[in-house]
Design a protein around this ligand. Sequence first.
Ligand code: PMP
Ligand code: GLU
Length: 402
Amino acid sequence: MQLARRMDDIAESITLAVTAKANALKKQGVDVVSFGAGEPDFDTPGFIKEAAIKALQAGRTKYEPTPGTVEARKAIAEKLKRENGLEYAAEQITISVGGKHALYLAFQAVLNPGDEVIIPAPYWVSYPEMVKLAGGVPVIVRGDPANNFKITRTQLDKALTDKTRMFIMNSPSNPGGHTYEPSELDELSYALARFPEVWVCSDEIYEKLIYGDTQFRSWAALDWAKWKDRTITCNCLSKTFAMTGWRIGYTAGPKPLIAAMSKLQSQMTSNITSFCYPAIVEAYTNPQSGVEVEKMRQEFERRGEHMWKRLNAIAGMECVRPTGAFYCFPNIGALLNKPLGKKGVVSQEAVAFCTAVLEEAHVALVPGNDFGFADHVRLSFATSMGNIDKGLDRLAAFLGNG
Ligand code: PMP
Ligand code: GLU
Protein backbone atom coordinates (compact mmCIF):
# COMPACT_ATOMS: atom_id res chain seq x y z
CA MET A 1 0.00 0.00 0.00
CA GLN A 2 1.33 3.40 -0.92
CA LEU A 3 0.83 6.46 1.24
CA ALA A 4 1.77 10.02 0.45
CA ARG A 5 5.46 10.90 0.83
CA ARG A 6 4.57 13.65 3.29
CA MET A 7 3.62 10.94 5.79
CA ASP A 8 7.28 9.85 6.00
CA ASP A 9 8.29 13.29 7.08
CA ILE A 10 6.00 13.89 10.05
CA ALA A 11 5.80 12.31 13.49
CA GLU A 12 2.72 11.37 15.48
CA SER A 13 1.97 13.74 18.36
CA ILE A 14 3.99 12.30 21.27
CA THR A 15 1.81 14.05 23.86
CA LEU A 16 -1.30 12.32 22.58
CA ALA A 17 0.59 9.01 22.06
CA VAL A 18 1.85 8.92 25.67
CA THR A 19 -1.62 9.70 26.97
CA ALA A 20 -3.14 6.94 24.82
CA LYS A 21 -0.52 4.45 26.07
CA ALA A 22 -1.17 5.37 29.72
CA ASN A 23 -4.93 5.05 29.19
CA ALA A 24 -4.54 1.67 27.47
CA LEU A 25 -2.51 0.38 30.44
CA LYS A 26 -5.14 1.72 32.85
CA LYS A 27 -7.81 -0.17 30.91
CA GLN A 28 -5.80 -3.35 31.36
CA GLY A 29 -6.00 -2.77 35.11
CA VAL A 30 -2.51 -1.29 35.62
CA ASP A 31 -2.50 1.52 38.18
CA VAL A 32 -0.71 4.15 36.07
CA VAL A 33 -0.13 7.71 37.26
CA SER A 34 -0.18 9.89 34.18
CA PHE A 35 1.69 13.16 33.88
CA GLY A 36 1.12 12.94 30.13
CA ALA A 37 -1.70 15.00 28.71
CA GLY A 38 -1.61 18.73 29.02
CA GLU A 39 -5.25 19.14 29.90
CA PRO A 40 -6.98 20.54 32.97
CA ASP A 41 -8.45 17.85 35.22
CA PHE A 42 -11.29 20.27 36.12
CA ASP A 43 -14.68 20.10 34.45
CA THR A 44 -15.94 22.92 32.21
CA PRO A 45 -17.86 25.49 34.33
CA GLY A 46 -21.56 24.61 34.47
CA PHE A 47 -22.89 27.86 32.99
CA ILE A 48 -20.77 27.37 29.85
CA LYS A 49 -22.10 23.84 29.47
CA GLU A 50 -25.65 25.09 29.99
CA ALA A 51 -25.34 27.52 27.08
CA ALA A 52 -24.45 24.67 24.71
CA ILE A 53 -27.12 22.35 26.12
CA LYS A 54 -29.80 24.99 25.69
CA ALA A 55 -28.68 25.71 22.13
CA LEU A 56 -28.75 22.01 21.26
CA GLN A 57 -32.19 21.56 22.77
CA ALA A 58 -33.43 24.62 20.90
CA GLY A 59 -32.49 22.93 17.63
CA ARG A 60 -29.20 24.65 16.88
CA THR A 61 -28.11 21.71 14.76
CA LYS A 62 -27.43 23.16 11.31
CA TYR A 63 -24.48 24.60 9.39
CA GLU A 64 -23.28 28.00 10.52
CA PRO A 65 -20.95 30.56 8.92
CA THR A 66 -17.46 29.04 8.48
CA PRO A 67 -15.54 31.63 10.56
CA GLY A 68 -18.22 31.53 13.27
CA THR A 69 -21.30 33.48 14.23
CA VAL A 70 -21.12 37.27 14.48
CA GLU A 71 -22.11 37.04 18.17
CA ALA A 72 -19.26 34.68 19.03
CA ARG A 73 -16.71 36.65 17.00
CA LYS A 74 -17.88 39.86 18.68
CA ALA A 75 -17.57 38.29 22.13
CA ILE A 76 -13.99 37.31 21.28
CA ALA A 77 -13.25 40.80 19.90
CA GLU A 78 -14.55 42.32 23.15
CA LYS A 79 -12.42 39.92 25.17
CA LEU A 80 -9.32 40.88 23.18
CA LYS A 81 -10.04 44.55 23.79
CA ARG A 82 -10.83 44.17 27.48
CA GLU A 83 -8.12 41.73 28.47
CA ASN A 84 -5.38 42.17 25.88
CA GLY A 85 -5.75 45.81 24.83
CA LEU A 86 -6.27 44.76 21.20
CA GLU A 87 -8.85 46.31 18.88
CA TYR A 88 -10.15 43.86 16.31
CA ALA A 89 -13.36 43.95 14.29
CA ALA A 90 -15.42 40.75 14.25
CA GLU A 91 -14.24 40.13 10.63
CA GLN A 92 -10.68 39.98 11.91
CA ILE A 93 -11.47 36.87 13.91
CA THR A 94 -12.07 33.32 12.76
CA ILE A 95 -13.08 30.40 14.94
CA SER A 96 -11.58 26.97 14.30
CA VAL A 97 -11.63 23.41 15.62
CA GLY A 98 -9.29 23.96 18.59
CA GLY A 99 -6.09 25.94 18.89
CA LYS A 100 -4.34 23.26 16.86
CA HIS A 101 -6.54 23.82 13.83
CA ALA A 102 -6.15 27.61 14.16
CA LEU A 103 -2.35 27.25 14.01
CA TYR A 104 -2.51 24.74 11.17
CA LEU A 105 -4.67 27.06 9.08
CA ALA A 106 -2.43 30.05 9.83
CA PHE A 107 0.68 28.19 8.66
CA GLN A 108 -1.09 26.96 5.53
CA ALA A 109 -2.30 30.47 4.79
CA VAL A 110 1.06 32.24 4.92
CA LEU A 111 3.89 29.75 4.21
CA ASN A 112 5.34 28.92 0.80
CA PRO A 113 7.65 25.95 0.17
CA GLY A 114 11.12 26.70 1.51
CA ASP A 115 10.02 29.48 3.85
CA GLU A 116 11.90 29.39 7.12
CA VAL A 117 10.03 29.47 10.41
CA ILE A 118 11.97 30.26 13.57
CA ILE A 119 10.82 28.12 16.47
CA PRO A 120 12.33 28.59 19.94
CA ALA A 121 13.10 25.29 21.68
CA PRO A 122 11.83 23.69 23.76
CA TYR A 123 8.75 23.90 21.55
CA TRP A 124 5.31 22.34 21.51
CA VAL A 125 5.56 19.12 19.48
CA SER A 126 3.15 20.13 16.74
CA TYR A 127 4.86 23.33 15.52
CA PRO A 128 7.65 21.77 13.43
CA GLU A 129 5.31 19.12 12.03
CA MET A 130 2.64 21.64 11.05
CA VAL A 131 5.28 23.92 9.53
CA LYS A 132 6.60 21.01 7.43
CA LEU A 133 3.07 20.12 6.33
CA ALA A 134 2.80 23.66 4.97
CA GLY A 135 6.10 23.23 3.06
CA GLY A 136 8.01 25.41 5.52
CA VAL A 137 11.41 24.71 7.03
CA PRO A 138 11.62 24.76 10.84
CA VAL A 139 14.65 26.66 12.14
CA ILE A 140 15.15 25.75 15.77
CA VAL A 141 16.68 28.22 18.21
CA ARG A 142 17.55 26.59 21.52
CA GLY A 143 16.68 28.41 24.72
CA ASP A 144 19.22 27.98 27.49
CA PRO A 145 17.80 26.27 30.62
CA ALA A 146 20.01 28.68 32.62
CA ASN A 147 17.95 31.49 31.05
CA ASN A 148 14.70 29.69 31.92
CA PHE A 149 14.64 28.31 28.35
CA LYS A 150 14.12 31.79 26.91
CA ILE A 151 15.92 32.73 23.72
CA THR A 152 17.77 36.03 23.48
CA ARG A 153 17.77 38.83 20.96
CA THR A 154 21.31 37.86 19.86
CA GLN A 155 20.17 34.31 19.14
CA LEU A 156 17.17 35.54 17.19
CA ASP A 157 19.34 38.00 15.26
CA LYS A 158 21.58 35.13 14.16
CA ALA A 159 18.68 32.93 13.06
CA LEU A 160 16.91 35.53 10.91
CA THR A 161 17.65 35.33 7.16
CA ASP A 162 16.07 36.58 3.96
CA LYS A 163 14.16 33.31 3.85
CA THR A 164 12.55 33.78 7.28
CA ARG A 165 8.79 34.11 6.94
CA MET A 166 7.56 33.51 10.46
CA PHE A 167 8.59 33.55 14.10
CA ILE A 168 6.59 31.49 16.58
CA MET A 169 6.17 32.83 20.10
CA ASN A 170 4.54 30.61 22.69
CA SER A 171 4.43 32.30 26.07
CA PRO A 172 3.54 30.92 28.61
CA SER A 173 5.21 27.92 27.06
CA ASN A 174 4.47 24.27 26.58
CA PRO A 175 6.65 22.38 27.58
CA GLY A 176 9.13 24.75 29.27
CA GLY A 177 6.62 26.34 31.67
CA HIS A 178 8.43 29.65 31.12
CA THR A 179 6.89 33.03 30.32
CA TYR A 180 8.50 35.95 28.53
CA GLU A 181 8.18 39.23 30.40
CA PRO A 182 6.97 42.22 28.32
CA SER A 183 10.50 43.70 28.31
CA GLU A 184 11.86 40.43 26.92
CA LEU A 185 9.28 40.49 24.14
CA ASP A 186 10.39 44.06 23.37
CA GLU A 187 13.99 42.85 23.03
CA LEU A 188 13.02 40.15 20.55
CA SER A 189 10.87 42.57 18.60
CA TYR A 190 13.94 44.78 17.97
CA ALA A 191 15.61 41.89 16.13
CA LEU A 192 12.47 41.20 14.09
CA ALA A 193 11.92 44.84 13.20
CA ARG A 194 14.66 44.58 10.56
CA PHE A 195 12.51 42.02 8.70
CA PRO A 196 9.12 43.63 8.01
CA GLU A 197 7.95 40.66 5.90
CA VAL A 198 8.18 38.24 8.80
CA TRP A 199 4.94 37.22 10.51
CA VAL A 200 4.83 36.64 14.25
CA CYS A 201 2.55 33.80 15.25
CA SER A 202 1.76 34.27 18.93
CA ASP A 203 0.26 31.18 20.54
CA GLU A 204 -1.38 32.59 23.65
CA ILE A 205 -3.41 29.63 24.79
CA TYR A 206 -1.85 29.61 28.29
CA GLU A 207 -2.23 33.39 28.82
CA LYS A 208 -4.38 32.96 31.94
CA LEU A 209 -2.08 30.46 33.61
CA ILE A 210 0.72 32.60 34.97
CA TYR A 211 2.28 32.39 38.43
CA GLY A 212 4.05 34.56 40.97
CA ASP A 213 4.53 38.10 39.73
CA THR A 214 4.83 37.07 36.09
CA GLN A 215 3.26 39.50 33.60
CA PHE A 216 1.59 38.45 30.37
CA ARG A 217 1.36 40.65 27.31
CA SER A 218 0.04 39.80 23.86
CA TRP A 219 2.64 40.17 21.12
CA ALA A 220 0.21 42.21 18.99
CA ALA A 221 -0.04 44.74 21.83
CA LEU A 222 3.61 45.73 21.39
CA ASP A 223 3.14 49.41 20.88
CA TRP A 224 5.67 50.20 18.20
CA ALA A 225 6.31 49.12 14.57
CA LYS A 226 2.63 48.29 13.99
CA TRP A 227 3.04 44.73 15.25
CA LYS A 228 -0.68 44.12 15.04
CA ASP A 229 -0.47 44.29 11.24
CA ARG A 230 1.80 41.28 11.08
CA THR A 231 0.90 39.29 14.16
CA ILE A 232 -1.25 36.18 14.09
CA THR A 233 -2.76 35.78 17.55
CA CYS A 234 -3.95 32.22 18.19
CA ASN A 235 -5.89 31.21 21.25
CA CYS A 236 -8.50 28.68 22.35
CA LEU A 237 -10.95 27.91 25.13
CA SER A 238 -9.30 24.56 25.85
CA LYS A 239 -6.99 25.44 28.74
CA THR A 240 -8.52 28.63 30.14
CA PHE A 241 -11.99 27.16 30.65
CA ALA A 242 -11.11 23.45 30.91
CA MET A 243 -12.66 22.75 27.50
CA THR A 244 -10.08 20.58 25.72
CA GLY A 245 -12.68 18.17 24.37
CA TRP A 246 -14.92 20.87 22.94
CA ARG A 247 -12.36 21.79 20.26
CA ILE A 248 -12.74 25.55 20.08
CA GLY A 249 -9.89 27.79 18.97
CA TYR A 250 -9.64 31.15 17.26
CA THR A 251 -7.30 33.51 15.47
CA ALA A 252 -7.19 37.29 15.35
CA GLY A 253 -5.20 39.06 12.68
CA PRO A 254 -5.24 41.27 9.59
CA LYS A 255 -8.39 40.88 7.49
CA PRO A 256 -6.76 39.26 4.41
CA LEU A 257 -5.13 36.62 6.60
CA ILE A 258 -8.39 35.83 8.39
CA ALA A 259 -10.24 35.65 5.05
CA ALA A 260 -7.60 33.24 3.72
CA MET A 261 -7.84 31.03 6.80
CA SER A 262 -11.61 31.01 6.56
CA LYS A 263 -11.43 30.07 2.85
CA LEU A 264 -9.19 27.13 3.72
CA GLN A 265 -11.46 26.09 6.56
CA SER A 266 -14.47 26.21 4.21
CA GLN A 267 -12.85 23.35 2.27
CA MET A 268 -11.80 21.39 5.35
CA THR A 269 -14.12 21.36 8.33
CA SER A 270 -16.70 24.13 7.68
CA ASN A 271 -17.87 25.72 10.93
CA ILE A 272 -17.12 24.28 14.37
CA THR A 273 -19.93 22.37 16.13
CA SER A 274 -22.97 24.65 15.83
CA PHE A 275 -24.23 24.56 19.42
CA CYS A 276 -20.79 25.54 20.78
CA TYR A 277 -21.10 29.15 19.61
CA PRO A 278 -23.40 30.27 22.45
CA ALA A 279 -20.94 28.64 24.88
CA ILE A 280 -18.17 30.88 23.53
CA VAL A 281 -20.36 33.94 24.11
CA GLU A 282 -21.14 32.72 27.62
CA ALA A 283 -17.49 32.03 28.46
CA TYR A 284 -16.45 35.53 27.44
CA THR A 285 -19.39 37.52 28.78
CA ASN A 286 -20.50 35.83 32.02
CA PRO A 287 -18.83 37.70 34.93
CA GLN A 288 -18.52 34.37 36.77
CA SER A 289 -15.94 33.21 34.19
CA GLY A 290 -13.15 35.27 35.71
CA VAL A 291 -13.86 33.77 39.13
CA GLU A 292 -13.75 30.19 37.82
CA VAL A 293 -10.59 30.79 35.81
CA GLU A 294 -8.84 32.36 38.80
CA LYS A 295 -9.82 29.41 41.03
CA MET A 296 -8.24 26.98 38.57
CA ARG A 297 -5.17 29.20 38.14
CA GLN A 298 -4.55 29.30 41.88
CA GLU A 299 -4.82 25.55 42.14
CA PHE A 300 -2.41 25.05 39.22
CA GLU A 301 0.04 27.45 40.87
CA ARG A 302 -0.08 25.46 44.12
CA ARG A 303 0.45 22.18 42.32
CA GLY A 304 3.21 23.58 40.11
CA GLU A 305 5.21 24.85 43.08
CA HIS A 306 4.81 21.53 44.84
CA MET A 307 5.85 19.47 41.82
CA TRP A 308 8.80 21.73 41.06
CA LYS A 309 10.13 21.49 44.64
CA ARG A 310 9.70 17.75 44.75
CA LEU A 311 11.41 17.22 41.39
CA ASN A 312 14.41 19.27 42.43
CA ALA A 313 14.67 17.17 45.58
CA ILE A 314 15.21 14.03 43.47
CA ALA A 315 18.93 13.41 42.95
CA GLY A 316 19.80 13.73 39.25
CA MET A 317 16.82 15.88 38.31
CA GLU A 318 17.06 19.60 37.73
CA CYS A 319 13.98 21.65 37.00
CA VAL A 320 13.37 25.27 36.03
CA ARG A 321 10.65 26.85 38.16
CA PRO A 322 7.44 27.13 36.11
CA THR A 323 6.05 30.65 35.71
CA GLY A 324 3.21 29.68 33.39
CA ALA A 325 1.16 26.89 31.72
CA PHE A 326 1.04 23.60 33.67
CA TYR A 327 4.30 21.84 32.93
CA CYS A 328 7.53 21.00 34.67
CA PHE A 329 10.36 20.16 32.26
CA PRO A 330 13.24 18.73 34.27
CA ASN A 331 16.67 17.89 32.93
CA ILE A 332 17.41 14.16 33.35
CA GLY A 333 20.88 14.31 31.76
CA ALA A 334 22.52 13.08 34.96
CA LEU A 335 20.29 9.97 34.95
CA LEU A 336 21.15 8.84 31.42
CA ASN A 337 23.75 6.16 30.62
CA LYS A 338 23.54 4.54 34.04
CA PRO A 339 21.55 1.57 35.36
CA LEU A 340 18.21 2.58 36.88
CA GLY A 341 15.42 0.78 38.70
CA LYS A 342 15.35 -2.83 39.86
CA LYS A 343 16.14 -4.09 36.37
CA GLY A 344 19.10 -1.77 35.93
CA VAL A 345 17.87 -0.42 32.60
CA VAL A 346 20.31 1.98 30.94
CA SER A 347 18.76 4.80 28.89
CA GLN A 348 20.65 7.00 26.46
CA GLU A 349 17.91 9.53 25.92
CA ALA A 350 14.49 10.53 27.20
CA VAL A 351 12.32 8.13 25.16
CA ALA A 352 14.10 5.09 26.61
CA PHE A 353 14.07 6.67 30.07
CA CYS A 354 10.29 7.28 29.92
CA THR A 355 9.67 3.75 28.66
CA ALA A 356 11.61 2.34 31.62
CA VAL A 357 9.74 4.59 34.07
CA LEU A 358 6.36 3.60 32.62
CA GLU A 359 7.13 -0.11 32.55
CA GLU A 360 8.63 -0.40 36.02
CA ALA A 361 7.22 2.51 38.05
CA HIS A 362 3.92 2.88 36.15
CA VAL A 363 4.34 6.62 35.80
CA ALA A 364 3.72 8.24 32.40
CA LEU A 365 6.11 11.09 31.48
CA VAL A 366 6.49 12.69 28.07
CA PRO A 367 10.02 12.41 26.64
CA GLY A 368 11.57 15.74 25.66
CA ASN A 369 12.90 14.51 22.29
CA ASP A 370 9.97 15.85 20.26
CA PHE A 371 10.10 19.12 22.21
CA GLY A 372 13.71 19.53 21.02
CA PHE A 373 15.40 18.40 24.27
CA ALA A 374 16.29 14.70 24.34
CA ASP A 375 17.70 14.96 27.87
CA HIS A 376 14.54 16.40 29.43
CA VAL A 377 11.11 15.01 30.28
CA ARG A 378 7.76 16.78 30.64
CA LEU A 379 5.34 16.35 33.51
CA SER A 380 1.94 17.98 33.44
CA PHE A 381 0.71 19.23 36.81
CA ALA A 382 -2.86 19.50 35.56
CA THR A 383 -3.68 16.58 37.82
CA SER A 384 -4.61 16.27 41.49
CA MET A 385 -2.15 16.82 44.36
CA GLY A 386 -2.76 13.20 45.35
CA ASN A 387 -1.69 12.00 41.92
CA ILE A 388 1.32 14.30 41.91
CA ASP A 389 2.55 12.87 45.20
CA LYS A 390 1.78 9.29 44.26
CA GLY A 391 3.58 9.60 40.90
CA LEU A 392 6.58 11.42 42.32
CA ASP A 393 6.91 8.91 45.19
CA ARG A 394 7.11 6.18 42.58
CA LEU A 395 9.53 8.09 40.41
CA ALA A 396 11.78 8.86 43.39
CA ALA A 397 11.75 5.20 44.43
CA PHE A 398 12.57 4.10 40.86
CA LEU A 399 15.54 6.46 40.88
CA GLY A 400 16.75 5.14 44.23
CA ASN A 401 15.50 8.15 46.21
CA GLY A 402 12.60 6.36 47.84
N1 PMP B 1 -0.65 25.31 21.46
C1 PMP B 1 -0.05 24.77 22.53
C2 PMP B 1 1.18 25.41 23.04
C3 PMP B 1 -0.61 23.65 23.15
O1 PMP B 1 -0.03 23.13 24.22
C4 PMP B 1 -1.77 23.05 22.60
C5 PMP B 1 -2.28 21.78 23.20
N2 PMP B 1 -3.46 21.86 23.74
C6 PMP B 1 -2.38 23.68 21.50
C7 PMP B 1 -1.79 24.79 20.95
C8 PMP B 1 -3.63 23.17 20.89
O2 PMP B 1 -4.74 23.44 21.67
P1 PMP B 1 -6.16 22.77 21.36
O3 PMP B 1 -6.28 21.64 22.31
O4 PMP B 1 -7.18 23.84 21.58
O5 PMP B 1 -6.12 22.29 19.95
N1 GLU C 1 -1.28 20.38 24.11
C1 GLU C 1 -1.51 19.32 25.02
C2 GLU C 1 -0.19 18.67 25.38
O1 GLU C 1 0.84 19.13 24.95
C3 GLU C 1 -2.54 18.34 24.49
C4 GLU C 1 -2.04 17.32 23.52
C5 GLU C 1 -1.69 17.94 22.20
O2 GLU C 1 -2.59 18.48 21.56
O3 GLU C 1 -0.51 17.89 21.87
O4 GLU C 1 -0.19 17.72 26.09
